[in-house]
Design a protein around this ligand. Sequence first.
Ligand code: CA2
Length: 144
Amino acid sequence: MRILVINGPNLNMLGIREPGIYGSSTYADLCQSITRWADELHMEVTCFQSNSEGELVTAIQQAYGKMDGIVINPAAYTHTSVAILDALKAVALPAVEVHLSDVSTREPFRQVSYAGMACFLTVMGKGFAGYREALQELAEHLAP
Ligand code: CA2
C-alpha cells in the first residue's frame, strides 16, 4: 500500500510557534512518526509539505496511478480551496482528512472544510496521533 501524506501551509512551522494549539514537536518529528507508523502497518509512505496551493494540487494529481491512498491536512486551505477539493475528486483515491486541532470548536470559519467533502473520514483534535489513526483507517479501507 502506497500512501501519500500531504501537509499544507505553515505546518513546517510546527514546534516553532503556537505550541499551545499545535504542540511542541516539529514537522520533522511528525514525518518520523508517520514513517514509523506506516512501517508497522506495512505501508510505503511519502510525506509532502507545501505552502503553495498549486503545489498541493500538483502533488494530488501526481498521486494518480502511483499511490493507493491519501492522508491530507490542507491546513488553512481546508477552509478556502475548491482547487484542492477538485483535485481530490479528480484522482478519486481514498482520502482521510486530518487536523491537529479540533476545528469544530474553533472560529466559525474553520468549521467549513472543502477538502473534507472528498474524504471518507475526518480525524481532528488528536494531534500527531490523528495521522496514525488516518493510516490505520486507510489500511482497513484498502484491505481486500
Ligand atoms: O488543526 C489543524 O491541523 C489545522 O489544519 C492547522 C492549520 C489551520 O489553519 C486549520 O484551521 C487547522 C494551521 C497550521 C498552522 O500551523 C502552525 C504551526 C506552528 C506555528 C504556527 C502555525
